[in-house]
Design a protein around this ligand. Structure first.
Ligand SMILES: [Zn+2]
Length: 110
């Protein structure tokens, strides 16, 4: 399941059947371009501009709320999956997150 997200309205919408097969998504409210994120995205409150800036930053850097895996080496030095990363909610953590997980960033997003 995916959602589309409009940074102008600061809202997310479930993809409708009209959206299937499209590569460009429009906001159903303002008609501007919407960005596709995963169902894991939880929109901040509309007035919470700081959190929205964090969302924008993450999406622009290739993190539309896909699963990000954290690996740690086991005792043989082999990287093992540990858990999925939690998405940050403030800019300081977001900058660190993007740097730390840049190999898992999606290209050409947003
Ligand atoms: Zn909109």
């Amino acid at each position: 399941m995916r959602k589309k997200l409009c940074f102008d309205c600061k809202k997310s919408f479930n993809l409708s059947s009209d959206d299937l097969g499209l590569s460009n998504f429009k906001c159903p409210e303002c008609g501007n371009q919407a960005i596709v994120v995963t169902h894991r995205f939880r929109p901040p409150k509309a007035g919470d501009n700081r959190k929205w800036e964090v969302v924008k930053f993450l999406v622009k850097n290739g993190f539309p709320y896909q699963h990000i895996s954290i690996y740690e080496p086991d005792r043989h030095g082999i990287q093992r999956f540990i858990k999925y990363a939690r998405y940050p909610e403030n800019m300081i953590d977001a900058i660190e997150f993007v740097e730390q997980h840049k190999l898992q960033a999606l290209k050409n997003n947003g």
